[in-house]
Design a protein around this ligand. Structure first.
Ligand SMILES: *[C@@H]1O[C@H](CO)[C@@H](O)[C@H](O)[C@H]1NC(C)=O
Ligand SMILES: *[C@@H]1O[C@H](CO)[C@@H](O)[C@H](O)[C@H]1NC(C)=O
Ligand SMILES: *[C@@H]1O[C@H](CO)[C@@H](O)[C@H](O)[C@H]1NC(C)=O
Ligand SMILES: *[C@@H]1O[C@H](CO)[C@@H](O)[C@H](O)[C@H]1NC(C)=O
Ligand SMILES: *[C@@H]1O[C@H](CO)[C@@H](O)[C@H](O)[C@H]1NC(C)=O
Ligand SMILES: *[C@@H]1O[C@H](CO)[C@@H](O)[C@H](O)[C@H]1NC(C)=O
Ligand SMILES: *[C@@H]1O[C@H](CO)[C@@H](O)[C@H](O)[C@H]1NC(C)=O
Ligand SMILES: *[C@@H]1O[C@H](CO)[C@@H](O)[C@H](O)[C@H]1NC(C)=O
Length: 550
């Protein structure tokens, strides 16, 4: 037991010693009416730095106020709370602020009294020191503030305003947060007001009643007492239609100035103007205490900017000061338009080109069949095409070639399309010399059709009987005669080809024969024959005259 006692003494000793070392910084006098909650915040002086421990004591009692939030009097963070205050609570309270190397002490002299509110027989008692004095400016829109100095955890549930003991019902008065806004202040608005607030904290409801003595002043305060609006500055804001916009109104004002700070449109509070939709509304006022003055911020939120909002001044008021913003549609971005237009035009052009390339043959053939006159033009030529082809040695290939050249080609191009062909081996006058046949007749033709088979590269066309022919189509190329190259089977390797053939292939392209060489009659409307007809001289299809002479 003696040991335990010793321990206790040892533990409490430093507290005594340190408490005595503490420096008294200030004494605050608070006169509060009983039966309502009271809260006092112990704010460390600005010079204290680092982590601080704040402890509340009553009188010279060395035992700290409890932190149990169920207790009627308790410490909550740096606050001391009386929920509610009673007459016995009067006394001196000490707030001890400790950090690593200093200890400061603030004294609060708390006086508790009973207030007789709205009891006419005791009028004298109405002049109580807890009354707040506020001023309204005559002829202006102004406001009163209900002083509710409690920790943030206290939630304001309801506030009711009274004037001369009667609840205020006038339309010129409008309750907003802890404020009572007064439109067009008149001389009769002076007098005794009260605000009654219901706050909840830790699940309990508390009722606060403050009386406010209101004076009406006609003079406008100049100099430092005029609130300054640092933003907006009568500027315009570019904003897209339909977007959300939040604009701060930043105001600097002397401390405890109850100047009304609000946003208005068409001289009406935005909250009233957009009452039902709440599309545009004012935010709650926030306050940052600075050394010389307070900085207040009230924002305005446009949930969705509409056309009607443009060009309209939204005015931020702070007492006698006012400044507005005007919304503006963003200037159209010409570069974007140009780029967009260019992209559209380019893609249209590209698509037209693609379409043309895909349907080129059909378009040209359709045009010919629709608009070309019948008959051939007189250009001194007798034939539409000269057909040049190899004579393979191999039996089946020879048969295929004969089928194609002597049967299918005339069937499609001559009978169905009305062209006139010169086919060597069919149309020459017997007994004529080969070279002179070619030479004479080729000049009478508008096109040269050359048929290639892979074997023709090595043997037929180019080796044997075709020395003259090579000379011929060399000449043709110089004449600028159009050549239609038809490959019977895909030829992959052109390296062995004479230069003239490579040139023709490169310049005129090649048409690939598809399908078998059979006896069945073919239609001029198949893809292959359309390609051939496309390269043939323009003529009307189907020919208007009948050439069914087979
Ligand atoms: C504050 O109190 C806590 C314990 O309650 C202690 O650990 C801490 O060191 C104290 N800080 C200061 C600055 O005294
Ligand atoms: C506390 O305030 C009351 C009334 O305001 C005053 O009478 C009393 O002397 C004050 N006590 C101290 C210690 O300042
Ligand atoms: C109210 O009290 C103040 C001092 O706090 C005093 O100047 C004023 O004359 C009093 N008014 C009445 C009506 O008693
Ligand atoms: C303010 O009220 C006065 C009468 O009290 C009236 O003449 C005046 O037109 C009102 N002003 C506005 C802006 O409503
Ligand atoms: C207005 O004040 C707020 C809060 O202090 C700040 O964040 C904001 O940047 C200020 N706006 C302007 C335009 O000064
Ligand atoms: C603005 O207010 C005036 C009256 O103060 C009213 O006549 C007018 O119609 C209002 N304008 C709009 C756009 O609401
Ligand atoms: C606008 O004010 C409200 C308080 O009413 C606040 O919660 C919100 O963060 C503010 N918005 C901006 C962007 O400052
Ligand atoms: C902004 O316009 C108001 C009138 O609406 C005027 O009183 C104020 O001086 C103007 N402020 C600035 C910074 O131009």
């Amino acid at each position: 037991m003696p040991c335990l006692l010793l321990c206790c003494v040892f533990l409490t000793l430093p507290v005594f010693v340190r408490a005595d070392e503490c420096k008294d910084v200030s004494v605050k006098n608070e006169a509060i009416s009983v039966d309502q909650p009271f809260a006092f915040n112990c704010v460390p002086p600005p010079e204290t730095s680092g982590e601080v421990n704040i402890t509340w004591y009553k009188d010279s009692n060395k035992i700290p106020i409890t932190k149990n939030i169920q207790s009627r009097i308790h410490q909550y963070q740096s606050w001391i709370l009386f929920l509610p205050l009673t007459e016995e609570d009067a006394g001196i309270y000490q707030c001890v602020i400790k950090n690593i190397n200093s200890c400061l002490r603030i004294h609060v002299n708390l006086t508790a009294f009973r207030k007789y509110w709205c009891v006419t027989s005791r009028n004298a008692l109405l002049n109580l020191s807890d009354e707040y004095i506020q001023t309204l400016h005559f002829g202006k829109d102004d406001g009163l503030t209900c002083h509710l100095h409690f920790p943030d955890s206290f939630v304001l549930e309801l506030i009711t305003w009274y004037k001369d003991c009667k609840e205020i019902k006038d339309e010129r008065f409008y309750s907003r947060g802890i404020k009572l806004l007064v439109n067009n202040v008149s001389l009769e608005d002076g007098g005794k007001y009260a605000c009654e607030a219901r706050l909840t904290h830790a699940g309990k409801v508390h009722r606060v009643l403050n009386s406010i003595n209101v004076d009406i002043t006609e003079k406008i305060e100049y100099g430092d007492r005029v609130p300054k609006i640092t933003y907006p500055r009568n500027n315009s804001i570019e904003v897209q239609l339909g977007s959300t916009l939040i604009v701060d109104c930043n105001i600097t004002d002397v401390r405890d100035n109850t100047n009304l700070r609000c946003w208005k449109v068409n001289n009406t509070l935005v909250d009233n103007y957009y009452g039902e939709s709440q599309r545009i509304r004012e935010g709650l006022e926030s306050c940052v205490p600075l050394e010389q003055y307070n900085k207040y911020t009230v924002n305005i939120t446009f949930l969705e900017v509409k056309m009607e909002d443009y060009g309209r001044p939204f005015v931020c008021h702070a007492g006698v000061s006012a400044a507005y913003i005007v919304l503006k549609l963003p200037a159209p971005d010409f570069r974007a338009y140009l780029t967009g237009g260019f992209i559209v035009l380019t893609s249209v052009a590209v698509s037209i080109m693609c379409m043309y390339n895909i349907f080129k043959i059909d378009i040209v053939l359709w045009y010919r069949s629709a608009f070309l006159p019948t008959g051939t033009k007189d250009d001194g030529k007798r034939y539409d095409a000269y057909v040049l082809y190899p004579k393979p040695q191999n039996g089946s290939q020879r048969h295929d070639m004969d089928m194609l050249v002597l049967k299918i080609l005339p069937d499609v191009l001559e009978r169905q399309c009305g062209y006139k062909l010169f086919i060597f081996g069919r149309d020459e006058v017997p007994g004529q010399a080969v070279a002179s046949v070619i030479d004479e007749n080729i000049k009478l033709c508008r096109r040269l059709i050359i048929i290639l088979v892979p074997e023709s590269l090595g043997t037929g066309l180019l080796k044997n009987e075709s020395e003259e022919q090579i000379t011929v189509y060399n000449a043709l190329i110089q004449d600028g005669m159009k050549v239609i190259l038809i490959e019977l089977e895909g030829i992959k390797d052109y390296t062995d080809m004479p230069e003239s053939m490579k040139y023709i292939r490169q310049k005129h392209g090649v048409i690939q024969w598809s399908g078998n060489v059979t006896e069945e009659s073919q239609s001029a409307k198949t893809k292959f024959w359309k390609k051939v007809r496309y390269h043939m001289p323009p003529t009307r299809y189907p020919p208007s005259f009948s050439t069914s002479t087979m």
